[in-house]
Design a protein around this ligand. Structure first.
Ligand code: HEM
Length: 422
């Protein structure tokens, strides 16, 4: 955790930024968008609005090339183009061939998210029972206690980094608790997940390094559970049978990898974006101080809509045409769920956060067969994290709006977020 008396910095991100060649300015959004441009990360909304009007499925040659749909209906249709738009490589930048090694098992490294049917179906079915509202409920008390403990650590200082000291600290502990791995390794988990999903996106060697670390870690945990079963999710997955056979080790390792990677960065980004919103929008913050359950319910959905963190990707498995665009085999298509959530054809006053929005069919958790398996857990974490914060710290504001930094590409959310209380 940071010492809140220090100036806020993010040395890991700064080191990566320094090693990346300076980017050329964007010449034309429709043909040259840049998903890592700091200006785009701060305000992608205006770029999507412009593209929806001028070129709803944009293209760029940057980062190996990709397509960016911006309309809700297009995202809906594309999510259903399975397996022509394949999920086998769902990150927004592909690994170079020489680093994208197979483990030889023939199984997928992070199923179901990186699998197409039929493998996607049975791996998803094996995971879903562990994420129902009923199985999530016992985690609520642990999460409340955790949030109080975190706040106890900084409340007397009069301020904190709401991303680093709070939002970022919650999901890794919840996932560790659920999987049954050492919650004392939270700093490692954060470093590993950022290495794969954020800092390593533009640095393939870094990404491969952390991918291998995570895999080796879970290989050892799975071997341990086979020998010494415990009352935890890794053991439950080891004991899951599909068609009369226990799940192979490689599948369990891939699922654990996925839960760590999918469950951490995403949820901390949502909690962080919500706190950023309230710290900068006094009317909305004041409104939530005495909010009832109904308002909390709609507010969380609206914050998920507006600040949807996750962009996934597909690759065209063959040449295919959609919406007047010819995708060539291998082309990368960004599943811009955040952009779809801002489409004015589907959301009245889409550009406004309306905490009591009633009709809100947002797609922050995706669409179709890959729709987020952890959405019940994510919603519980957001609910507890935000309500506990408001209970303890109802008055807070951005210490320095210019000090806030945003990560993006795959998962958008604040990474430095200094706030002052009272
Ligand atoms: C606010 C937090 C979260 C957001 C916005 C989010 C978003 C998403 C999205 C957009 C997808 C669809 C992927 C695709 O279409 O390729 C997805 C899939 C998935 N998410 Fe989440 N997620 C969140 C939290 C979590 C958590 C806490 C977990 C728990 C471990 C989780 C586990 C998964 C899994 C396992 C899948 C893959 C489902 C499949 O492919 O069948 N997510 N998530």
């Amino acid at each position: 955790m940071t010492d809140t008396t220090d100036t806020h910095s993010d040395p890991a991100a700064e080191a990566v930024a320094a090693s990346i060649p300076e980017r050329c300015p964007v010449s034309d959004l429709a043909t040259d968008y840049d998903m890592f441009d700091p200006e785009y990360l701060k305000d992608p909304f205006s770029a999507w609005a412009e593209l929806r009007d001028t070129c709803p499925i944009a293209h760029t040659e940057r980062y190996g090339g990709s397509w960016l749909p911006t309309k809700y209906d297009d995202l809906q249709a594309m999510a259903k183009m399975v397996p022509v738009l394949s999920s086998k490589s769902p990150l927004v930048i592909d690994m170079p061939q020489e680093l994208a090694k197979e483990d030889g098992s023939g199984y997928n490294a992070a199923a179901p998210i990186s699998a197409d049917p039929p493998e996607q179906n049975w791996t998803r079915r094996a995971l879903l029972p562990h994420f129902t509202p009923k199985t999530i409920a016992p985690q609520t008390e642990y999460t409340q206690q955790l949030c109080h403990n975190l706040i106890d650590g900084f409340i007397d200082k009069g301020g904190c980094d709401a991303a680093v000291d709070y939002a970022q600290q919650i999901p890794p502990r919840i996932i560790a608790h659920k999987l049954g791995v050492d919650a004392g390794m939270v700093d490692d988990f954060i470093e590993w997940v950022r290495g794969v999903l954020e800092l390593g996106l533009q640095q393939p060697e870094l990404r491969a390094k952390y991918r291998d670390i995570i895999r080796s870690f879970f290989a050892a945990e799975v071997a341990d559970r086979r020998a010494n079963p415990k009352d935890d999710l890794i053991t439950a997955l080891c004991q899951t049978e599909v068609d009369g056979e226990f799940l192979p080790d490689e599948v369990v390792i891939g699922m654990c990898n996925l839960q760590l990677v999918a469950g951490i960065d995403t949820t901390w980004s949502s909690i962080g974006s919500a706190l950023w919103h309230f710290a900068g929008h006094d009317d909305d913050r004041r409104r939530m101080v005495d909010a009832d359950d109904d308002l909390w319910g709609t507010a969380i959905e609206e914050l998920l809509r507006f600040y949807a963190p996750v962009t996934m990707a597909r690759n065209a498995a063959e040449d295919v045409e959609y919406g007047g665009v010819e995708f060539k085999m291998g082309d990368k298509i960004l599943m811009n769920f955040p952009g779809a959530n801002h489409d004015p054809d589907h959301f009245e006053d889409a550009h406004e956060v309306q905490l009591d929005r009633q009709r809100n069919r947002h797609v922050a958790f995706g669409i179709g067969i890959h729709r987020c398996a952890g959405s019940n857990l994510a919603r519980m974490e957001m609910d507890v994290a935000l309500r506990t914060w408001f209970e303890r710290i109802p008055e807070f504001t951005l210490t320095d709006p210019d000090a806030v930094t945003w990560a993006g590409g795959q998962v958008r959310g604040p990474r430095i977020l200094p706030v002052t209380f009272g």
